[in-house]
Ligand binder design. Sequence first.
Ligand code: SF4
Length: 1009
Amino acid sequence: MTKFNTINLNELKSYFKNVVYLDIETSGLNASLYGNKSKSEILEIGAIKFTDGTPSVFHTFIRPKFGIPETIFDLCEDLNAEDLNNGIDISEALFKLSNFLEDLPLICHKGKFQHAFLTSYYREHSLNFKNEILDTMELFALLEPYHKEFNLDYFIKQKLSGSLNYEKNRALEDAKDTILVLNQVLENNNITIFLNDYSINLLNWNWLSYLTNYSTHVETEKIFKGSMPISSINMKTERKKIGNLKLIKECEESLKDIELWKEISPNYIFRKAQYEVTKNVRKSINQKAFSIMEAPTGTGKSVAYLLPSIYSALHGERVFISTNTKELQNQLVSKDIPNLLNAFNLNNKLDYKVIKGKNNYICPEVLDDLLKHSLSNQLPDRLGLVYLHRYASNGKFGDIEDINQWVVDNFNLKPVVTLCNAGNDGCDINSCSRLCFYKESIEALDDTNLIILNHALLLRWPYKQEIKNVILDEAHNLRDLLFEVYAERISSLDIIKLLDEIVSKDGQGALVYVWRSLKNKENSSIDKIREYISSAKASIDAIGKVSKENMNLLYNLDISFNKDFANYSKVLTAMKILIEDLNLVYRPLKKLIDYNNLDDENSKNKKGIILVKKCDKLKAIIDFLNSFIMPEEEFKCNGFVCNKDSFFWEAYIKDLNPANYFCDRFLKTLDSCVFLSATLKTSGKYEDLKKALAINSVEDKQTIEITDIDNTFDLKKRAIICATNDNISYDSSNFISYLVENILKLTSIVPGNILVLFTSKNRQENFKNLILPELNKRHIRLYENKKDVVHLKDRSKKSVLIGSKGFFEGIDVAGDGLNCVVLEKLPNISPTDPLFKKLISKQKVDYAYGEINEPRVLTSFKQCFGRLIRTEYDFGYFLVMDGGTNSRIWSKIGKEYPGVRLYHSSIDSIIKSMPNNYKSWESMNFDKLILETKEQLATELKKVNFKDYKILEDTLNDFYKTKFKEKKLTKSINLYIENKSINAYHESDNSQAYLKNKNILFSVLKSLI
Ligand code: SF4
């Protein structure tokens, strides 16, 4: 019996006298059979019952019928297969549980999850699950909405400070922790005020009567602790040691202060490449120039551009740092910038801000209105409003992306958030006096010299602060992003949203708000407009329906097509009907606005102004649809997207040459701009990038092109690129089984973990379903979330991580944990995509597809390859499972990696060659480590009594274990010694100590003695 089966009941008190606190552990997330996913099993149940305040306990293991996924043992501390196999049968467990629970209410964390499993399993065993479930996760979200996470582990860390009891994920322990955390949350919040503020919106919520009882009987009795004002919330953060580095104008010089850097970051090494990038970013800002730099993986480019940016920002120059991904933005703001400010002792000396588009912030003013007037009968909607109001009303929080995904789903927040974001047409921060996070963030920009944002916002910058200095990280994404950012597009959702904002089904909307104050209604009727709106909505759905008629939508969720596709003409016909419907809505609205002078610039009627803006938007949509149905212009691409699972559609018109626009509207207005990425060159040059972004069109601007930043790592010695030529194509029916079969082989050959990258989500899903049972049999873990990348660092448990395009970037595993990356096929563009098709048709060269495809494939390939080698100690195979037949692209790939071994062969012979290579890479690491640590080792060995070789061997082991850890290598030194037959031994006659078969160590020892 493990320690998690016993609980000290004396330490527990519950504010609710007759309830059961319950938790279950399961083998997965599927409470019922869904599609081809199998049902997960309940493995452990723990419950603590209070009867008139007196606790008793229920605990059981349940014998699994099917295989246990290995990942369960990562999640549940001390859970083992033996305990589970000795467990009772599920039917017996449910029978006993049912008797224990009686008809008492259950308090569970993540109650819907527990409810889904219990109802499903009760039903399967002819039992009726009828207990009410009160979800603490829901309660915590409403009482303390500012948290970014709401899982139990997180709350244990936050609330039970000093407790080591977190991340155990054991049923009984979690039931106990639910009690302790709930008590803390109740005590930290003023429940009486909460109930007074939101009583109407909380109607029918099952916690309501329990909280009312608590507030009347308990809260008034205890010494009232009061609620913690949200404005004073400070999350626990670790404080780091302040560094002694000095930031001077030639900031790259500070990178040479190795000892000072090591005080902050013990693994710091001086990298010439990082020095060069820092110097050139500084030059670019100082000399008001452009610069283009491909900084290979491992350069440390974030620090490289942050140093000169921070220096410039401190000296009055505003710098914008733009990234493509949210992950990098988060990394800069939550890690890199604070760490650097700390290292240079600049904390509190520089303000930096992340800024997003208007739509990303909650508007508390609209929210106040919605809370008062919401007519929704749906409980989740009303709770969602309460959540948002508590989250955003005091101006301390308001970033929509910071809202936890579980909260978004549980309270059905998406529709509300589209109504109450700052992007609504009534927001004018100059005239609004409401406390608001968005307004505070925008106003703070005036005093902020370091601004972090994403490329899309940067290219459409809507705020007044001038953009003069820009660092564009992940700049390789700009090539295709320009087409998207500068496209005109309308989706079915955009139109429905706008129509709802005018008059929604549940009686809200701009027209409804303004209607009562209108003096002149001139025969208009809201009901008539509502009728036109519903007919327009029906036409929107009709377009979605005809667009996918007779279409094979098996593989992708969204399909993009143009006039060459049969359904296109049907779409245009349906679109004409929609245009007419929208005109029927527009005309009476416009009349109302004109009769009542709502668009008078001096109008004080704020609600009227909102209606005017909505009406203008409607006109813009009608104009766009009218231009969409016209014949396609020569340098434009008209395309249409439909969706496999819904009537969603989108129509777009893309400019074939967005770079000109980018250049005129953006580049030409800048003083300095740095284009940075690990993948910017093609065939060693930036010509292709310069052309794609029209960089050369900026006259009189110095452009610094740095083409010789050396790869920090010795790729020639440490990586092999190979592609299979097994004559099996990725689109053949047995490709997935071929992939599964060979990945399974690799798991027994590759010494570390494996990353498998897919270019199609569908193939990824099929692969997962086929390989999962096999991996379970072999006790190998399969992961598919980005956050699970941490498991790839650990070589003591074998893991396979799978992912698609989002995993081509941002998977960083330093050390020898990940040493095989598999790409299912080359990431070629689709020649049927309307944009690429049109771009290809405009090429005046023989190999037009290649002209458009190759730079994109090379960029994606290099991004994928970048996952393999992250430190000077990394090594491994980059394997493309369907290498294809395009020798031209392979020759270009070869040129990107001069000296790196690259070949095509059968998968069998590739696999056969692996063991020797892995062995030699591991030896190489060992040798490298010995060389690097020779002096330290000598000092260490001087302390050793050589007369006992065992002591010598242990000393070596201890020494190298520490060194391995520092280098993020996970293989044990003992294994290295074993593999290399290294034995320390002592020759008694001359008191010498030797290490057999290892010359370097031998000589180290010799020179010591
Ligand atoms: S400033 Fe804009 S977003 Fe903020 S409360 Fe006022 S209207 Fe809403």
